[in-house]
Design a protein around this ligand. Structure first.
Ligand SMILES: [Zn+2]
Length: 507
Protein backbone atom coordinates (compact mmCIF):
# COMPACT_ATOMS: atom_id res chain seq x y z
CA UNK A 1 0.00 0.00 0.00
CA UNK A 2 1.33 3.44 -0.89
CA UNK A 3 0.88 6.04 1.81
CA UNK A 4 -0.10 9.48 0.61
CA UNK A 5 2.34 12.04 1.97
CA UNK A 6 2.78 15.71 1.20
CA UNK A 7 5.65 16.63 -1.11
CA UNK A 8 8.37 18.68 0.63
CA UNK A 9 7.65 22.40 0.37
CA UNK A 10 10.03 24.92 -1.09
CA UNK A 11 11.94 27.17 1.31
CA UNK A 12 10.42 30.28 -0.24
CA UNK A 13 6.91 29.07 0.58
CA UNK A 14 7.61 28.69 4.29
CA UNK A 15 6.38 31.69 6.26
CA UNK A 16 8.48 33.53 8.81
CA UNK A 17 6.28 32.33 11.65
CA UNK A 18 6.55 28.70 10.53
CA UNK A 19 10.33 29.14 10.29
CA UNK A 20 10.47 30.66 13.77
CA UNK A 21 8.49 27.72 15.14
CA UNK A 22 10.86 25.22 13.51
CA UNK A 23 13.86 27.07 14.95
CA UNK A 24 12.41 26.87 18.44
CA UNK A 25 11.80 23.12 18.08
CA UNK A 26 15.30 22.44 16.72
CA UNK A 27 16.96 24.40 19.54
CA UNK A 28 14.72 22.75 22.16
CA UNK A 29 15.78 19.36 20.77
CA UNK A 30 19.46 20.29 21.16
CA UNK A 31 18.87 21.09 24.80
CA UNK A 32 16.92 17.91 25.51
CA UNK A 33 18.67 15.71 28.02
CA UNK A 34 18.15 12.48 26.11
CA UNK A 35 21.77 12.88 25.04
CA UNK A 36 21.14 12.29 21.36
CA UNK A 37 18.85 15.30 21.01
CA UNK A 38 15.73 15.40 18.89
CA UNK A 39 16.36 14.22 15.31
CA UNK A 40 16.15 16.78 12.52
CA UNK A 41 15.17 15.73 9.00
CA UNK A 42 16.21 18.05 6.15
CA UNK A 43 13.74 17.05 3.47
CA UNK A 44 13.43 17.38 -0.28
CA UNK A 45 16.67 19.31 -0.98
CA UNK A 46 19.21 18.89 -3.75
CA UNK A 47 21.86 16.99 -1.80
CA UNK A 48 25.53 17.18 -2.78
CA UNK A 49 27.24 14.71 -0.46
CA UNK A 50 30.82 14.83 -1.85
CA UNK A 51 30.90 11.16 -0.85
CA UNK A 52 31.49 9.14 -4.05
CA UNK A 53 29.90 6.03 -2.51
CA UNK A 54 26.63 7.87 -1.93
CA UNK A 55 26.62 10.34 -4.82
CA UNK A 56 24.21 13.23 -5.13
CA UNK A 57 20.42 13.21 -4.78
CA UNK A 58 17.67 15.35 -6.27
CA UNK A 59 15.55 15.37 -4.25
CA UNK A 60 17.16 13.96 -1.15
CA UNK A 61 16.82 13.89 2.62
CA UNK A 62 19.48 14.21 5.32
CA UNK A 63 18.74 12.97 8.84
CA UNK A 64 20.64 14.46 11.80
CA UNK A 65 20.72 12.71 15.17
CA UNK A 66 22.77 14.26 17.95
CA UNK A 67 26.14 15.37 16.60
CA UNK A 68 26.06 13.08 13.58
CA UNK A 69 24.51 12.41 10.23
CA UNK A 70 22.25 9.40 10.75
CA UNK A 71 21.04 8.86 7.19
CA UNK A 72 20.98 10.13 3.61
CA UNK A 73 18.46 8.97 1.03
CA UNK A 74 15.74 9.95 -1.40
CA UNK A 75 13.04 9.77 1.30
CA UNK A 76 13.79 9.23 4.98
CA UNK A 77 10.44 10.30 6.41
CA UNK A 78 9.80 6.80 7.74
CA UNK A 79 13.23 6.59 9.42
CA UNK A 80 13.06 9.95 11.16
CA UNK A 81 10.93 8.86 14.11
CA UNK A 82 7.80 10.47 15.53
CA UNK A 83 9.57 13.20 17.48
CA UNK A 84 11.80 14.42 14.61
CA UNK A 85 11.68 18.02 13.48
CA UNK A 86 10.86 17.95 9.77
CA UNK A 87 12.34 20.84 7.77
CA UNK A 88 11.16 21.11 4.17
CA UNK A 89 14.03 22.28 1.99
CA UNK A 90 12.96 22.00 -1.64
CA UNK A 91 14.84 24.60 -3.68
CA UNK A 92 17.87 24.46 -1.42
CA UNK A 93 21.21 22.77 -1.94
CA UNK A 94 22.35 20.81 1.09
CA UNK A 95 26.09 20.17 1.20
CA UNK A 96 28.97 19.56 3.59
CA UNK A 97 30.21 22.63 5.46
CA UNK A 98 33.18 24.38 3.86
CA UNK A 99 36.63 23.94 5.38
CA UNK A 100 39.09 26.82 5.56
CA UNK A 101 42.45 25.25 6.22
CA UNK A 102 44.38 28.34 7.30
CA UNK A 103 43.22 31.64 8.69
CA UNK A 104 44.81 33.96 11.24
CA UNK A 105 41.67 34.73 13.18
CA UNK A 106 43.36 36.86 15.84
CA UNK A 107 44.16 39.70 13.41
CA UNK A 108 40.63 40.54 12.44
CA UNK A 109 39.95 43.67 14.39
CA UNK A 110 41.96 44.97 11.40
CA UNK A 111 39.99 43.50 8.52
CA UNK A 112 40.91 45.16 5.18
CA UNK A 113 43.20 47.68 6.89
CA UNK A 114 45.97 47.08 4.34
CA UNK A 115 44.12 45.66 1.34
CA UNK A 116 46.93 46.73 -1.01
CA UNK A 117 49.83 45.57 1.16
CA UNK A 118 52.81 43.46 0.16
CA UNK A 119 54.26 40.72 2.35
CA UNK A 120 56.85 42.84 4.16
CA UNK A 121 54.27 45.45 5.04
CA UNK A 122 51.85 42.78 6.23
CA UNK A 123 54.49 41.24 8.50
CA UNK A 124 55.63 44.60 9.88
CA UNK A 125 52.05 45.76 10.51
CA UNK A 126 50.85 42.58 12.22
CA UNK A 127 53.69 40.67 13.89
CA UNK A 128 56.03 43.64 14.12
CA UNK A 129 53.37 46.14 15.13
CA UNK A 130 50.04 45.19 16.63
CA UNK A 131 50.61 41.61 17.78
CA UNK A 132 52.62 42.45 20.88
CA UNK A 133 49.87 44.68 22.25
CA UNK A 134 47.17 42.02 22.20
CA UNK A 135 45.53 41.17 25.50
CA UNK A 136 43.56 37.93 25.92
CA UNK A 137 40.33 39.88 25.42
CA UNK A 138 41.61 41.21 22.09
CA UNK A 139 42.33 37.63 20.96
CA UNK A 140 38.86 36.61 22.10
CA UNK A 141 36.80 39.24 20.32
CA UNK A 142 38.74 39.04 17.05
CA UNK A 143 38.43 35.25 16.95
CA UNK A 144 34.75 35.42 17.85
CA UNK A 145 33.98 37.92 15.07
CA UNK A 146 36.08 35.91 12.60
CA UNK A 147 34.58 32.52 13.34
CA UNK A 148 31.02 33.87 13.34
CA UNK A 149 31.78 35.56 10.02
CA UNK A 150 33.09 32.26 8.69
CA UNK A 151 29.96 30.40 9.78
CA UNK A 152 27.83 33.10 8.17
CA UNK A 153 29.68 32.30 4.92
CA UNK A 154 29.15 28.55 5.16
CA UNK A 155 32.43 27.54 6.81
CA UNK A 156 31.99 24.87 9.47
CA UNK A 157 35.68 24.07 10.12
CA UNK A 158 38.54 26.52 10.33
CA UNK A 159 42.21 25.84 10.89
CA UNK A 160 43.02 28.82 13.06
CA UNK A 161 46.75 29.38 12.69
CA UNK A 162 47.14 31.19 15.99
CA UNK A 163 50.62 32.70 15.95
CA UNK A 164 50.06 35.20 18.70
CA UNK A 165 49.92 32.79 21.66
CA UNK A 166 51.58 35.21 24.05
CA UNK A 167 50.38 33.39 27.18
CA UNK A 168 48.18 30.50 28.20
CA UNK A 169 45.42 33.03 28.87
CA UNK A 170 45.65 34.22 25.26
CA UNK A 171 45.08 30.65 24.03
CA UNK A 172 42.25 30.05 26.50
CA UNK A 173 40.51 33.21 25.30
CA UNK A 174 40.68 31.89 21.73
CA UNK A 175 38.98 28.64 22.75
CA UNK A 176 36.28 30.59 24.59
CA UNK A 177 35.56 32.30 21.28
CA UNK A 178 35.35 28.97 19.42
CA UNK A 179 32.84 27.72 21.99
CA UNK A 180 30.73 30.86 21.70
CA UNK A 181 30.62 30.81 17.91
CA UNK A 182 30.18 27.03 17.76
CA UNK A 183 32.71 26.57 14.96
CA UNK A 184 34.67 23.34 14.53
CA UNK A 185 38.19 24.58 15.17
CA UNK A 186 41.52 23.03 14.42
CA UNK A 187 43.73 25.19 16.57
CA UNK A 188 47.20 25.40 15.01
CA UNK A 189 48.89 26.71 18.11
CA UNK A 190 51.98 28.73 17.30
CA UNK A 191 54.42 30.98 19.11
CA UNK A 192 54.35 34.73 18.57
CA UNK A 193 56.84 36.02 16.01
CA UNK A 194 58.09 39.01 18.00
CA UNK A 195 57.90 40.86 21.27
CA UNK A 196 57.86 39.78 24.90
CA UNK A 197 55.71 36.77 25.78
CA UNK A 198 55.41 34.16 28.52
CA UNK A 199 57.39 31.54 26.58
CA UNK A 200 54.88 28.93 27.69
CA UNK A 201 54.92 27.35 24.23
CA UNK A 202 55.41 24.53 23.18
CA UNK A 203 54.95 23.10 26.70
CA UNK A 204 51.48 24.67 26.82
CA UNK A 205 50.24 22.51 23.92
CA UNK A 206 49.57 19.61 26.29
CA UNK A 207 47.59 21.75 28.70
CA UNK A 208 45.55 23.29 25.88
CA UNK A 209 44.69 19.88 24.49
CA UNK A 210 43.55 18.51 27.83
CA UNK A 211 41.57 21.57 28.73
CA UNK A 212 39.85 22.30 25.43
CA UNK A 213 40.02 19.44 22.93
CA UNK A 214 38.75 15.94 22.34
CA UNK A 215 36.84 14.72 25.39
CA UNK A 216 36.56 18.31 26.64
CA UNK A 217 34.89 19.39 23.38
CA UNK A 218 34.58 17.12 20.34
CA UNK A 219 34.62 20.17 18.02
CA UNK A 220 38.14 21.19 18.98
CA UNK A 221 41.46 19.69 18.02
CA UNK A 222 45.00 21.00 18.13
CA UNK A 223 48.04 20.92 15.88
CA UNK A 224 51.47 22.42 16.26
CA UNK A 225 51.74 25.51 14.05
CA UNK A 226 55.21 26.39 12.81
CA UNK A 227 56.20 29.38 10.71
CA UNK A 228 59.16 27.90 8.90
CA UNK A 229 60.74 31.25 8.12
CA UNK A 230 60.87 32.34 11.77
CA UNK A 231 60.93 29.64 14.41
CA UNK A 232 63.82 27.43 15.48
CA UNK A 233 64.86 24.72 16.13
CA UNK A 234 62.53 23.05 13.64
CA UNK A 235 63.67 19.44 14.10
CA UNK A 236 63.32 19.52 17.87
CA UNK A 237 59.88 21.12 17.60
CA UNK A 238 58.78 18.44 15.14
CA UNK A 239 59.93 15.78 17.53
CA UNK A 240 58.01 17.37 20.42
CA UNK A 241 54.84 17.48 18.29
CA UNK A 242 55.25 13.83 17.35
CA UNK A 243 55.94 12.69 20.88
CA UNK A 244 52.60 14.30 21.79
CA UNK A 245 50.85 12.77 18.78
CA UNK A 246 50.09 16.17 17.28
CA UNK A 247 49.77 16.94 13.59
CA UNK A 248 51.94 19.77 12.29
CA UNK A 249 50.99 22.69 10.06
CA UNK A 250 53.76 24.78 8.52
CA UNK A 251 52.88 28.29 7.43
CA UNK A 252 55.32 30.46 5.56
CA UNK A 253 56.43 27.88 2.99
CA UNK A 254 57.27 30.69 0.61
CA UNK A 255 59.58 30.10 -2.31
CA UNK A 256 63.34 30.39 -2.23
CA UNK A 257 63.46 31.31 1.46
CA UNK A 258 61.90 28.06 2.59
CA UNK A 259 62.59 25.63 -0.25
CA UNK A 260 66.08 24.45 0.86
CA UNK A 261 64.94 23.70 4.39
CA UNK A 262 61.75 21.94 3.29
CA UNK A 263 63.94 19.91 0.94
CA UNK A 264 66.27 18.94 3.79
CA UNK A 265 63.39 17.96 6.06
CA UNK A 266 61.93 15.86 3.26
CA UNK A 267 65.26 14.14 2.57
CA UNK A 268 65.65 13.36 6.26
CA UNK A 269 62.22 11.71 6.25
CA UNK A 270 60.78 14.32 8.63
CA UNK A 271 57.74 15.15 6.49
CA UNK A 272 54.78 12.84 6.04
CA UNK A 273 51.01 12.42 6.34
CA UNK A 274 50.95 14.22 9.71
CA UNK A 275 52.38 17.36 8.10
CA UNK A 276 50.54 20.04 6.09
CA UNK A 277 52.45 22.76 4.27
CA UNK A 278 50.76 26.06 3.46
CA UNK A 279 51.49 28.13 0.32
CA UNK A 280 54.33 26.02 -1.23
CA UNK A 281 55.02 28.74 -3.78
CA UNK A 282 58.08 28.17 -5.96
CA UNK A 283 59.32 24.86 -4.57
CA UNK A 284 61.59 22.86 -6.90
CA UNK A 285 60.26 19.73 -8.61
CA UNK A 286 62.59 17.55 -6.59
CA UNK A 287 60.91 18.76 -3.38
CA UNK A 288 57.45 18.24 -4.84
CA UNK A 289 58.34 14.64 -5.66
CA UNK A 290 59.38 14.07 -2.05
CA UNK A 291 56.20 15.70 -0.73
CA UNK A 292 54.12 13.38 -2.89
CA UNK A 293 56.14 10.28 -1.99
CA UNK A 294 55.90 11.03 1.74
CA UNK A 295 52.15 11.75 1.73
CA UNK A 296 52.69 15.32 2.95
CA UNK A 297 49.58 17.51 2.58
CA UNK A 298 49.42 20.87 0.82
CA UNK A 299 47.06 23.75 1.55
CA UNK A 300 46.88 26.48 -1.07
CA UNK A 301 46.47 30.16 -0.23
CA UNK A 302 45.52 31.23 -3.73
CA UNK A 303 44.43 34.82 -3.15
CA UNK A 304 47.20 35.38 -0.62
CA UNK A 305 49.94 34.29 -3.04
CA UNK A 306 48.43 36.22 -5.94
CA UNK A 307 47.32 39.45 -4.32
CA UNK A 308 49.98 39.95 -1.67
CA UNK A 309 52.55 38.76 -4.20
CA UNK A 310 54.21 35.93 -2.31
CA UNK A 311 57.35 34.63 -4.05
CA UNK A 312 56.37 34.24 -7.73
CA UNK A 313 52.77 35.14 -6.89
CA UNK A 314 51.74 31.89 -8.55
CA UNK A 315 49.90 29.43 -6.31
CA UNK A 316 51.17 25.93 -7.11
CA UNK A 317 47.80 24.53 -8.14
CA UNK A 318 48.97 22.80 -11.29
CA UNK A 319 52.28 21.74 -9.76
CA UNK A 320 50.50 20.01 -6.89
CA UNK A 321 48.13 18.26 -9.31
CA UNK A 322 51.03 17.26 -11.60
CA UNK A 323 52.55 15.47 -8.61
CA UNK A 324 49.32 13.75 -7.69
CA UNK A 325 48.60 15.97 -4.69
CA UNK A 326 45.01 17.18 -4.26
CA UNK A 327 45.27 20.43 -2.28
CA UNK A 328 42.95 22.11 0.17
CA UNK A 329 42.18 25.85 0.23
CA UNK A 330 42.55 28.70 2.70
CA UNK A 331 41.73 32.36 3.28
CA UNK A 332 44.90 33.34 5.24
CA UNK A 333 44.57 37.02 6.19
CA UNK A 334 41.41 39.12 6.22
CA UNK A 335 43.56 42.17 6.96
CA UNK A 336 44.16 42.25 3.19
CA UNK A 337 41.99 39.61 1.51
CA UNK A 338 38.45 38.37 0.98
CA UNK A 339 37.26 36.22 3.87
CA UNK A 340 35.04 33.64 2.18
CA UNK A 341 35.69 30.24 0.66
CA UNK A 342 33.61 30.94 -2.47
CA UNK A 343 36.31 33.42 -3.46
CA UNK A 344 38.96 30.77 -2.80
CA UNK A 345 37.16 28.20 -4.95
CA UNK A 346 36.63 30.65 -7.81
CA UNK A 347 40.16 32.05 -7.73
CA UNK A 348 41.70 28.59 -7.70
CA UNK A 349 39.49 27.42 -10.55
CA UNK A 350 40.17 30.54 -12.64
CA UNK A 351 43.90 30.49 -12.06
CA UNK A 352 44.29 26.85 -13.09
CA UNK A 353 42.02 27.23 -16.12
CA UNK A 354 43.80 30.41 -17.20
CA UNK A 355 47.14 28.61 -17.09
CA UNK A 356 45.77 25.65 -19.01
CA UNK A 357 44.05 27.82 -21.63
CA UNK A 358 47.29 29.71 -22.23
CA UNK A 359 49.25 26.50 -22.76
CA UNK A 360 46.60 25.13 -25.07
CA UNK A 361 46.47 28.34 -27.10
CA UNK A 362 50.27 28.34 -27.43
CA UNK A 363 50.12 24.87 -28.97
CA UNK A 364 51.10 22.73 -25.98
CA UNK A 365 49.73 19.32 -26.93
CA UNK A 366 50.47 17.91 -23.48
CA UNK A 367 48.26 20.28 -21.46
CA UNK A 368 46.61 19.17 -18.26
CA UNK A 369 42.86 18.89 -17.97
CA UNK A 370 41.06 22.00 -16.83
CA UNK A 371 39.87 21.85 -13.25
CA UNK A 372 36.12 21.61 -12.82
CA UNK A 373 33.78 23.34 -10.40
CA UNK A 374 33.43 19.99 -8.61
CA UNK A 375 37.22 19.74 -8.21
CA UNK A 376 37.46 23.01 -6.30
CA UNK A 377 34.43 22.11 -4.18
CA UNK A 378 36.23 18.89 -3.28
CA UNK A 379 39.31 20.95 -2.29
CA UNK A 380 37.12 23.10 -0.01
CA UNK A 381 35.38 20.14 1.66
CA UNK A 382 36.72 16.56 1.53
CA UNK A 383 40.32 17.55 0.92
CA UNK A 384 40.19 20.20 3.61
CA UNK A 385 39.30 17.58 6.20
CA UNK A 386 41.99 15.19 4.99
CA UNK A 387 44.62 17.91 5.28
CA UNK A 388 43.81 19.00 8.83
CA UNK A 389 43.50 15.62 10.51
CA UNK A 390 39.69 15.40 10.39
CA UNK A 391 39.34 13.16 7.33
CA UNK A 392 37.25 10.64 9.24
CA UNK A 393 35.13 13.29 10.97
CA UNK A 394 33.91 15.86 8.46
CA UNK A 395 34.26 16.99 4.83
CA UNK A 396 31.41 15.00 3.29
CA UNK A 397 27.79 14.15 4.02
CA UNK A 398 28.24 10.57 5.14
CA UNK A 399 26.25 8.69 7.78
CA UNK A 400 28.36 8.43 10.93
CA UNK A 401 30.28 11.61 10.22
CA UNK A 402 29.66 14.86 12.02
CA UNK A 403 26.56 16.78 11.04
CA UNK A 404 28.50 19.76 9.63
CA UNK A 405 25.93 20.82 7.08
CA UNK A 406 25.18 23.89 5.01
CA UNK A 407 21.92 24.63 3.17
CA UNK A 408 22.09 27.18 0.34
CA UNK A 409 19.16 29.08 -1.15
CA UNK A 410 19.27 28.18 -4.82
CA UNK A 411 16.05 29.84 -6.00
CA UNK A 412 16.78 33.46 -5.02
CA UNK A 413 16.76 36.27 -7.60
CA UNK A 414 20.52 35.99 -8.16
CA UNK A 415 20.64 32.26 -8.84
CA UNK A 416 17.16 31.07 -9.86
CA UNK A 417 16.23 28.73 -11.40
CA UNK A 418 18.39 25.91 -10.11
CA UNK A 419 19.89 24.28 -13.20
CA UNK A 420 23.19 22.92 -11.92
CA UNK A 421 23.93 22.39 -8.26
CA UNK A 422 27.74 22.29 -8.32
CA UNK A 423 27.92 25.33 -10.61
CA UNK A 424 25.54 27.19 -8.33
CA UNK A 425 27.61 26.42 -5.22
CA UNK A 426 30.87 27.60 -6.76
CA UNK A 427 29.69 30.47 -8.99
CA UNK A 428 26.20 31.46 -7.86
CA UNK A 429 26.38 31.84 -4.12
CA UNK A 430 27.58 34.28 -1.47
CA UNK A 431 26.92 34.64 2.26
CA UNK A 432 23.38 35.87 1.62
CA UNK A 433 22.48 32.47 0.15
CA UNK A 434 23.82 30.57 3.15
CA UNK A 435 20.46 29.91 4.76
CA UNK A 436 21.14 27.24 7.37
CA UNK A 437 24.27 25.90 9.05
CA UNK A 438 24.64 22.98 11.44
CA UNK A 439 27.95 22.23 13.15
CA UNK A 440 28.21 18.97 15.08
CA UNK A 441 24.43 18.78 14.79
CA UNK A 442 23.93 22.15 16.45
CA UNK A 443 22.03 24.88 14.61
CA UNK A 444 24.38 27.85 14.06
CA UNK A 445 22.56 29.75 11.29
CA UNK A 446 18.90 29.67 10.46
CA UNK A 447 17.01 31.49 7.73
CA UNK A 448 20.10 33.65 7.08
CA UNK A 449 20.56 34.70 10.72
CA UNK A 450 23.34 33.51 13.01
CA UNK A 451 21.90 31.70 16.02
CA UNK A 452 22.69 33.09 19.47
CA UNK A 453 25.08 35.81 18.32
CA UNK A 454 24.66 39.33 19.71
CA UNK A 455 26.09 41.17 16.70
CA UNK A 456 25.70 44.64 18.23
CA UNK A 457 27.60 43.66 21.35
CA UNK A 458 30.33 42.01 19.27
CA UNK A 459 30.67 45.12 17.09
CA UNK A 460 31.06 47.33 20.15
CA UNK A 461 33.71 45.10 21.72
CA UNK A 462 35.59 44.55 18.45
CA UNK A 463 35.69 48.29 17.77
CA UNK A 464 36.89 49.01 21.30
CA UNK A 465 39.59 46.35 20.92
CA UNK A 466 40.64 47.78 17.55
CA UNK A 467 40.84 51.29 19.02
CA UNK A 468 42.90 50.08 21.97
CA UNK A 469 45.36 48.24 19.73
CA UNK A 470 45.59 51.15 17.30
CA UNK A 471 46.29 53.50 20.14
CA UNK A 472 49.01 51.27 21.60
CA UNK A 473 50.55 50.79 18.18
CA UNK A 474 50.53 54.50 17.51
CA UNK A 475 48.24 55.12 14.60
CA UNK A 476 44.85 56.68 14.01
CA UNK A 477 41.95 54.83 12.45
CA UNK A 478 41.00 56.52 9.20
CA UNK A 479 38.78 54.60 6.77
CA UNK A 480 39.86 56.92 3.95
CA UNK A 481 43.58 56.28 4.29
CA UNK A 482 45.00 54.41 1.27
CA UNK A 483 45.11 50.66 1.92
CA UNK A 484 48.67 50.31 0.70
CA UNK A 485 51.80 49.50 2.60
CA UNK A 486 51.70 51.02 6.06
CA UNK A 487 55.47 51.22 6.31
CA UNK A 488 55.54 55.00 6.82
CA UNK A 489 53.50 54.47 9.97
CA UNK A 490 55.72 51.62 11.05
CA UNK A 491 59.14 52.94 10.13
CA UNK A 492 60.53 52.10 13.53
CA UNK A 493 59.60 48.48 12.85
CA UNK A 494 60.96 48.16 9.35
CA UNK A 495 63.90 46.13 10.61
CA UNK A 496 61.47 43.50 11.83
CA UNK A 497 60.94 42.16 8.34
CA UNK A 498 64.55 41.18 7.89
CA UNK A 499 63.55 37.59 8.48
CA UNK A 500 64.78 37.33 12.00
CA UNK A 501 64.29 33.98 13.62
CA UNK A 502 63.88 33.12 17.22
CA UNK A 503 64.70 30.09 19.27
CA UNK A 504 61.79 28.56 21.08
CA UNK A 505 63.59 26.06 23.22
CA UNK A 506 66.18 26.42 25.92
CA UNK A 507 69.37 25.02 24.48
ZN1 LIG B 1 49.32 32.45 6.91
Amino acid sequence: MITERPAPRAYYDITDSEAAHLRTRILAGERSDTGAGRPVLLRGATVITMDPEIGDLHPGDVLIKGEQIAGIGPDLLDCAGPDAVIVDMAGMIVMPGLIDNHRHCWQNAFRRLIADADLDSYVATTHGGMAMHYRPEDMHISVLATTLGAIDQGVTTVVDFSHNSRSGAHSDAVFDAYRESGIRAVHASAAPNAGAWEEQWPADLTRIRERHCGAADSRHSIRMGLDISRVRPVRELLSIARSEGLGITFDGVLGAGAAPEIGELAREGLLGPDVTLIHCTDLPDEVWRMLAASGTHVTLATTSDEQIGIATGLPPIQTALDHGIRPSLSVDVEISLAGDMFTQMRSTLMTQRMGTAMRRYRGDTDCPEMLTNRDVLEFATVQGARDNGLGAVTGSLTPGRAADIVALRAEDITNMPLNNAIGTIVQGVDASHVDTVFIAGRLRKWRRDLVGADIDAIRRRLTASRDHLADRTGWTVDPLRPAGNTRPAFDHLASFVDHQQHDLLES
